[in-house]
Design a protein around this ligand. Structure first.
Ligand SMILES: [Zn+2]
Length: 277
């Protein structure tokens, strides 16, 4: 199975460029569960071919860890017949962010234009609230929404018998956490606190981008996210204008400026929405 990394028994992961995005697969005799579908029809078709290295069984379930294009734009290639599960706010996020972005890319803002023009944005066929449990090959697969963070529609996929957690972009390894496009910087640390409470000893965490990490890594990233959130609150409380906040916090941000810019924007938006502006 060249290219596939075995994470646990009957659980596989493959890292795809561009973006070093993770696709995970739970293999069972009756079918496959695929977590995230990549960014276009062409990328999804490559994934479908690669799945045949693992099994001839059909893909019966797809889970979207969240609505971002690099995790959902391949959905149309799986469904029908696969059931696509996603958080209940995925459809609204797709409409608010991914649909206009795809329209701009198709109009020529991002190459190759033809590849983007093929994409048919396909929402989940089954929406998940706080929790949903599937049985795949006789094992339990939990889908959990732990709160807002990278988006308001992040789902983590937990395989209790393997101690494995497929966390989408709530934790990132190949770069700093990605803010923007519907992120909730002020809620993100609390969501990782809830994840941290659930992680057992030896938990195996598969980020949406990058290498497999452990609970200590997730805790450390939680601390950085908490530092960023605290600084956004501090600057806002001190009356620093949004456009001046990045510079005003210079030297204190836990992430590079290009990562923090969208965090300031979305964090200030959260503070305005909560009526403290
Ligand atoms: Zn994302």
């Amino acid at each position: 199975m060249p290219g596939w990394e075995q994470i646990a028994e009957e659980l596989f992961r493959r890292r795809y460029d561009p973006l070093d995005v993770s696709v995970c697969v739970v293999r069972a005799p009756e079918g496959l569960l695929v977590v995230d579908t990549r960014a276009s029809h062409r990328e999804a078709d490559e994934l479908l071919r690669d799945l045949r290295q693992l099994s001839d069984a059909p893909v019966r379930w797809v889970v979207n860890t969240h609505a971002h294009y690099d995790h959902t734009f391949g959905n149309a290639r799986f469904s029908p017949p696969a059931t696509v599960l996603g958080h209940e706010r995925v459809p609204a996020h797709l409409a608010a962010y991914e649909v206009p972005m795809l329209a701009a890319w198709t109009a020529g803002a991002r190459q190759p234009r033809e590849e983007w023009a093929e994409v048919v944005i396909t929402p989940p066929t089954e929406l998940v609230g706080e929790r949903r449990v599937l049985e795949v090959g006789g094992r339990e697969v939990q889908l959990l929404h732990l709160g807002r963070g990278h988006t308001d529609n992040d789902l983590v996929v937990h395989l209790p018998d393997a101690g494995a957690w497929l966390v989408g972009d709530l934790v990132e390894e190949s770069g700093p956490p990605m803010y923007g496009s519907g992120s909730f910087p002020l809620d993100w640390p609390g969501t990782l606190d809830r994840l941290g409470e659930l992680l057992g000893d030896g938990a195996v965490i598969v980020p949406g981008h990058g290498a497999v990490v452990d609970a200590a890594y997730a805790r450390a990233q939680r601390e950085q996210l908490a530092e960023a959130a605290a600084l956004i609150r501090e600057l806002h409380a001190a009356g620093v204008a949004e456009q001046d906040a990045l510079a005003a916090g210079s030297g204190r941000w836990p992430f590079p400026d290009e990562a923090v810019g969208p965090a300031v924007r979305d964090g200030y938006a959260q503070l305005r929405a909560s009526g403290s502006a």
